[in-house]
Design a protein. Structure first.
Length: 802
């Protein structure tokens, strides 16, 4: 046996045909589920409340009120009021522009576990339990599928690899839309393979279509599972045509069945597109307004499923007929994918039960025109701040730095299973199929698609990456076992222990900050932060322990506000409502006093003011050892806030996003006319923050006439204008007037009324440390104070070495 054969075989004796009963017993699958639950359930409430969870919880609170109203109705008239168009729109705020633009499936699963377990669990953990259970099911499914085909060693290794990926583990513990999307992707992907490979797996073929429909009412990104499925079906069909396996009866059945199913689906799609031309932009649409009329009835989306049912009845009546009574697995899957998504999509969101097509058209518009309609989401990537989308290589880079290195190496070894499967006899195409699933979302992210929040928008990639870890580890162990066959089991156990143990240790060390995990290839969290990647994003760093400390430290009736409009998550108000924050604290602005400021080290949302605030002496800071001692949470007191605000008003030049045009090489331009997406490889169309700058005239003033600037600041602060400095005062006023106030921070006039000495202190900082101020303001990410010689407002006289 060659080296390649050893690596690729992965226990070839265990590689079962799909027609052979499972090798791994069911008790092993149940044991895998038990291990998954033991490793995930106890940590359900450890991660801090994340940005999106309050919005999703709000939607769930409204929908449970609808359920209660329906169940408590005592007459048909009363019951009908709950199914009124306005009632459905109000109580089901899903799938439209607003607080939650995703369909309801993920939220309803969170609501289900809350209703089942909320009596003896806290509110947020009980809702998160849905994601935990979904994660456990994905782990179990991965084990079962691989153990059945390649043996329990491969299945267990892959499942443990997915379990110990810190970022994936975190997404399995928050009540958002991504873990149910991963579960549905896994069900559809594995059911497709089994249904296509085994003639008797008719239920699996139907399940693919049902799951695709559930994807539509879960999240639009989950529907992309249809891409690898469609590509595989197309490849299988074309291969059959080339080999002459597609006969006349197959053509007749396919054209008639898919034609009858595709006709109503096509009509519905055409009507939705027609209505998109009549509706206002999504951010101007009101679900309570009268929409344009549709010529199709609300129940029209059930027609494809009726056609599918009639086709199945015909199959049973004409069993054995060469056209209508013959099993054609690929055709059955395609038919199910046309039949069930329209019906499930319609029934899955009660708000779509009435005015179905106008409301679906609005949802389609919302997804097609997301950029520019929904608030811009900024992302820090290699030290530059982008809006909405990232350079083409983003998914590959993020995978490389957010997955434990041992797992990446093992997966790289496991990739040899793909060519070997193609060359072996009989061929094993399952690794190639997994590779397609692993690559589809990274390839999609090469183009103009949302790219925020780390890896959560392409979680399915990691499911299939884990499969390659299983093949790689066990294949390498079997290669080494050629030298000592009697030690085969021990070698397998040792390599699994080294690989999984390495990632497990990192998972344990980073907990509960898994959403800030970076691997050893980039130097952990500190190395990633220094290289221009986001330290934190979701506000999960405000853990229960952090809130407990803040509750002890905040003075009575303290007012705490946000640093800018980009960083105003609902997590703090929600935490206060849930009892995690003291009730006397006021979260927001106060006209009569300066406020404290929350500050997460969320670099992409930084403004000039918050960058300067970060390098002022913090009133409270959280520097967890899990994040290499980096400051991830800051609370600034009113004094530091006033100094940073005054300094920002003096020195900052606010910049907005720009669209970079890029430059295409001459040989690419002709091709780009036919393939517009090619420009992405040269940065065409990327939207990023313009180069940061400072207001140079005030720096020049501080350098050439520091005494004049001091005198003007004192005169303006104290309202004492001497004849000899009126010109300088007017000049300083003009500088301060450049930046208009926003909802998060006071104007300079109000600042001087509340704390006039802040302007004087800001001027002293600028005079003493101009280069430090310049460095802070021209760096997209926050600046570590140690890199500029210490905090800007350190005494004596607020000066440092600059």
């Amino acid at each position: 046996m060659t080296t390649a054969e050893s690596l690729a075989s992965v226990d070839s004796s265990a590689c079962q045909s799909d027609s052979v009963p499972p090798r791994s017993p069911w008790w092993a699958t149940l044991a895998a589920l038990a291990v998954a639950l033991v490793c995930t359930v106890p940590t359900t409430g450890d991660i801090g409340l994340t940005w999106d969870e309050p919005s999703y919880r709000y939607s769930q609170v409204l929908s449970i009120q609808w359920y209660e109203g329906v169940c408590q109705a005592r007459s048909w008239d009363e019951l009908r009021t709950w199914f009124d168009r306005d009632a459905l729109a109000y109580y089901w705020p899903y799938g439209r522009f607003g607080i939650n633009f995703h369909p309801p499936l993920a939220g309803q699963l969170n609501l289900l576990t809350h209703q089942l377990f909320g009596g003896w669990m806290k509110d947020i953990p009980s809702r998160r339990l849905a994601a935990v259970l979904e994660y456990a099911l994905v782990l179990t499914m991965l084990f079962h599928v691989l153990a059945r085909r390649y043996g329990p060693w491969v299945g267990a290794t892959a499942s443990l690899a997915l379990l110990t990926m810190p970022r994936v583990y975190a997404d399995g513990h928050v009540a958002t839309t991504d873990m149910p999307g991963l579960l549905l992707w896994a069900i559809a992907g594995f059911a497709f393979w089994r249904g296509l490979s085994r003639p008797d797996a008719r239920l699996n073929r139907t399940l693919v279509g049902i799951t695709l429909g559930l994807c539509f009412v879960e999240k639009m990104a989950a529907v992309l599972v249809a891409l690898p499925i469609a590509l595989w079906l197309a490849g299988r069909f074309l291969g059959g045509v080339v080999r002459g396996e597609v006969k006349r009866a197959d053509w007749i059945d396919g054209l008639v069945t898919l034609g009858l199913l595709g006709l109503p689906v096509g009509l519905a799609g055409w009507e939705i597109q027609r209505l998109t031309t009549l509706l206002p932009p999504p951010n101007q649409y009101s679900v309570f307004a009268n929409p344009p009329e549709s010529w199709l009835p609300n129940g029209f989306l059930a027609v494809p499923s009726v056609v599918w049912l009639a086709r199945r009845v015909l199959f049973r009546l004409r069993r054995g007929h060469r056209v209508w009574g013959t099993d054609r697995p690929a055709l059955e899957i395609a038919a199910a994918c046309l039949a069930f998504p329209p019906l499930i999509g319609w029934l899955g969101n009660p708000a779509w039960w009435v005015e179905t097509f106008p409301r679906l058209a609005h949802y389609v518009m919302l997804n097609q025109a997301r950029q520019g309609v929904l608030p811009s989401i900024y992302i820090l990537y290699f030290g530059e701040t982008y809006s909405y989308s990232l350079p083409w290589h983003n998914a590959f880079v993020l995978t490389a730095i957010m997955t434990p290195a041992a797992l990446l190496i093992a997966a790289g070894v496991g990739l040899i299973k793909v060519p070997w499967g193609l060359l072996s006899r009989p061929r094993d195409l399952f690794p190639l199929y997994c590779l397609m699933h692993m690559m589809v979302l990274p390839i999609v992210r090469m183009f103009n698609t949302p790219a925020h929040d780390g890896i959560r928008l392409f979680l399915p990639t990691f499911l299939f990456l884990a499969a390659f870890v299983g093949w790689g580890v066990i294949g390498l162990a079997d290669l080494l076992a050629r030298l000592a066959p009697r030690w085969r089991t021990w070698l397998r156990a040792g390599l699994v222990g080294l690989t999984i143990g390495s990632s497990a240790i990192q998972l344990i060390r980073i907990h509960p900050y898994e959403l800030s995990y970076y691997n050893e290839l980039i130097g952990g969290p500190r190395g990633a932060w220094n290289n221009g990647f986001e330290l934190a994003y979701w506000f999960d760093a405000f853990t229960p322990e952090v809130f407990a400390e803040l509750n002890k430290r905040f003075p009575e009736n303290a007012v705490i506000n946000f640093p800018n409009k980009l960083s105003e998550p609902p997590t703090f108000l929600e935490s206060q409502w849930l009892g995690h924050l003291r009730g006397d604290l006021l979260i927001g602005d106060a006209p009569d006093r300066l406020t404290y400021k929350w500050l997460l080290t969320q670099d992409a949302k930084a403004s000039g003011f918050s960058r300067l605030l970060f390098v002022m002496t913090p009133w409270y800071e959280s520097r967890p050892a899990q994040l290499d001692g980096l400051r991830v949470v800051t609370v600034a007191d009113p004094v530091a806030v006033s100094r940073a605000l005054a300094l920002a008003l003096l020195t900052d030049v606010p910049k907005g996003p720009i669209v970079t045009q890029g430059e295409l090489p001459g040989w690419v331009e002709p091709w780009a006319r036919w393939f517009p997406g090619l420009g992405r490889f040269w940065g065409v169309g990327l939207s990023k923050l313009d180069t940061l700058d400072v207001y140079e005239p005030v720096f020049e003033w501080a350098a050439t006439d520091p005494e004049g600037l001091r005198a003007a600041a004192k005169a303006l602060a104290h309202g004492v204008n001497q004849p000899d400095n009126l010109g300088d005062v007017r000049r300083l006023r003009a500088i301060l007037d450049r930046i208009p106030p926003d909802t998060s921070n006071p104007s300079w006039e109000r600042l001087l009324k509340l704390r006039p000495e802040a302007l004087i202190e800001a001027v002293e900082i600028l005079i003493a440390r101009p280069e430090a101020v310049r460095r802070v303001l021209t760096r997209s990410a926050y600046t570590d104070p140690t890199a500029i010689g210490g905090y800007l407002d350190e005494r004596p006289d607020l000066a440092g070495d600059g």
